[in-house]
Design a protein around this ligand. Structure first.
Ligand code: CUA
Length: 339
């Protein structure tokens, strides 16, 4: 291996650490480009506070440097006293500025005002090790359907998230949309969201919950009202019966191999005890990722996941399925048909 000269490697390390604070400034989880109005307000205040703090910091450091340089090697006690007075004066100015900033921000804390009126939609998200169970409820509180690891929202509509956990503490965080809120076993937390801009936003579990905490993610799709209606209609529909002999064989394998012990496919392959289950697979093929944001949902990764999901996400509850190649092929074909 080629090694860098010590000076160069030191400066590389230094620039690496310098760049660390900038990593949060861009990308799919940036907190600086919000798609929801209340968040935009928070970002606005954040910039103001950063400006004020930087101003105070620069002034104080400048004064300190000036005092250090100017008073070097001087034994004049009277002069030193005068400098001390000046120093206290500057520190008081800084204190007043910072106090003012904190009083203003305290006053602004009740803002941004989030309207907690009747929601257009309730999305119940339950944290599991390490994925997200999702249930949709209508405006009137009527249960609509269950899905997993992907959320669609109507842009411009007020949505209430009902957050639960069935095992350990997780935390729902959609950085471009809202602050994070913990999901606590035995307790319901609420999060109100109104996404202004249609788009695709990444969500991540933000409370360390074990081995695969990092691979506990999902995508939130904010879409137009019409697109949302179509999506809900598609999700509420039962799975299409297998159309060709290979899918029919795949469905048989699904039952035989024991997939049905943990995963539901509406309507005919539902579980007796859905609370113990893994993700609902009724419309698996319509989702963008597998394993809660771990890998893209395509034929290759789907086959790899079924054959040995532990290779992709070690520690998850799904065992490997060593099937004969014809049966395996039929099963994957069937799963891919669940649009
Ligand atoms: Cu769930 Cu971290």
């Amino acid at each position: 291996m080629r090694t860098l000269p010590p000076g160069k490697s030191r400066s590389l390390k230094f620039s690496f650490f310098l760049s660390l604070p900038l990593w949060g400034c861009g990308g799919p989880q940036s907190m600086f480009e919000s798609a929801a109005p209340p968040e935009q307000q928070v970002i606005h205040y954040w910039w103001i506070l950063l400006g004020v703090s930087l101003f105070v910091f620069v002034i104080l450091m400048g004064a300190l440097a000036f005092a250090l340089i100017r008073n070097r090697n001087k034994d004049d006690l009277a002069k030193r006293d005068r400098f001390l007075t000046k120093g206290i004066g500057w520190a008081s100015v800084a204190t007043v500025v910072l106090l003012f900033a904190s009083i203003v921000s305290l006053y602004q804390l009740p803002e941004p005002k989030i309207d907690r009126g009747p929601p257009a939609l309730t999305v119940q998200v339950t944290g599991k090790l390490w994925w997200w169970k999702v249930k949709y409820y209508s405006e009137k509180g009527q249960f609509l359907f269950e899905t997993a690891n992907e959320i669609y929202l109507p842009a411009g509509k007020r949505v209430r998230f009902e957050l639960l956990s069935e095992d350990v503490i997780h935390s729902l965080w959609i950085p471009k949309v809202s602050g994070k809120i913990d999901m606590i076993p035995g307790h319901t937390n609420y999060l109100w969201v109104e996404v202004e801009k249609p788009g695709k936003y990444r969500a991540q579990c933000a409370e360390y919950c074990g081995l695969q905490h990092a691979k506990m993610a999902f995508w939130v799709h904010a879409v137009s009202q019409d697109q949302f209606k179509d999506w809900v209609q598609m999700q509420r529909a039962p799975a299409k019966p297998p159309q060709d002999p290979l899918s029919q064989e795949g469905k048989r394998v699904y039952v035989e191999a024991g997939c049905i012990r943990c995963h539901s496919i509406r309507k005919d392959l539902t579980l007796l005890n859905p609370e113990l289950a893994g993700p609902d697979l009724t419309h698996l093929a319509s989702r963008g990722t597998l394993g809660a944001g771990s890998v893209p949902n395509n034929r290759g990764f789907l086959a790899a996941w079924v054959a040995d999901s532990q290779g992709i996400k070690p520690g998850n509850l799904m065992p490997a399925f060593p099937l004969k190649s014809e049966k395996f092929n039929a099963l994957i074909h069937y799963l891919e048909s669940l649009k």
